[in-house]
Write a protein that binds this ligand. Structure first.
Ligand SMILES: [Zn+2]
Length: 219
């Protein structure tokens, strides 16, 4: 298990989806995507997290922890590597995540962060659309058809400038604590996400592999 973090607009989702399609045995946990999957499946936990997720509200720590555990119990044995996108956030969720993986007899190999300046992040968010059906990001300013699933791609309501600044500040604050935690263990890699997408994906792939190799040597 490798954790992935980065500010909104850093290109995490695109890079992880690219990696997911290139690599076999690669699983991706995202609170929002998995929560909404469970919601659509009429799962009990899905019923709890679906409405706040659709409303783009932040979930309580214990609910996110349950989602994370739910995902790992279901998929833990199926993939060689699982990456967790934007979870945990902050010190207390970090402890929760460590408890969950420990209980399931696995471990968190480390953290990869996407580093990007506030101005680049803001520019990217201003010119991106998100598919309402599959959640894939697209480039553009006016609503259009998703080139993957033909759903409607439009601007995310929380990509508006005021919400974006809020999300960015929130990210910087919580990311700091998680980075500190993995810095101490020497298992934190940063990827320069200002560059072209292909290079970012290659670096991400390398960092994930490196962390997994390191952790299997320790065990
Ligand atoms: Zn789509």
């Amino acid at each position: 298990m490798v954790l992935i973090m980065g500010p909104p607009g850093a290109g995490k989702t695109s890079a992880l989806r690219a990696l997911e399609s290139q690599r076999r045995g690669f699983g991706r946990f995202s609170v929002r995507d998995y929560g909404l999957d469970l919601f659509r499946m009429d799962d009990d936990l899905g019923g709890l997290v679906g409405p706040p997720l659709l409303d783009r509200q932040q979930l309580a720590d214990d609910l996110v922890m349950r989602l994370f555990a739910h995902y790992l119990v279901r998929f833990g044995g199926l993939f060689d590597v699982i990456v967790s996108e934007s979870y945990p956030r902050g010190a207390s969720q970090c402890k929760d995540a460590e408890v969950v993986v420990d209980r399931l007899g696995t471990c968190i190999a480390g953290l990869v962060t996407f580093s990007i300046s506030n101005s680049t992040a803001q520019e990217r968010v201003r010119t991106r659309l998100t598919c309402q059906s599959c959640g894939r990001p697209q480039v553009g300013n006016t609503p259009q058809q998703c080139d993957y699933c033909q759903g409607l791609a439009s601007r995310r309501p929380d990509d508006s400038t005021s919400r974006f600044v809020q999300r960015l500040n929130n990210y910087r604050e919580h990311a700091e604590q998680v980075m500190e935690f993995y810095d101490k263990r020497g298992t934190h890699f940063a990827v320069d996400a200002e560059r072209e997408a292909g290079l970012v994906v290659a670096d991400l792939d390398h960092a994930v592999q490196e962390l997994v190799n390191q952790s299997s040597q320790v065990l």
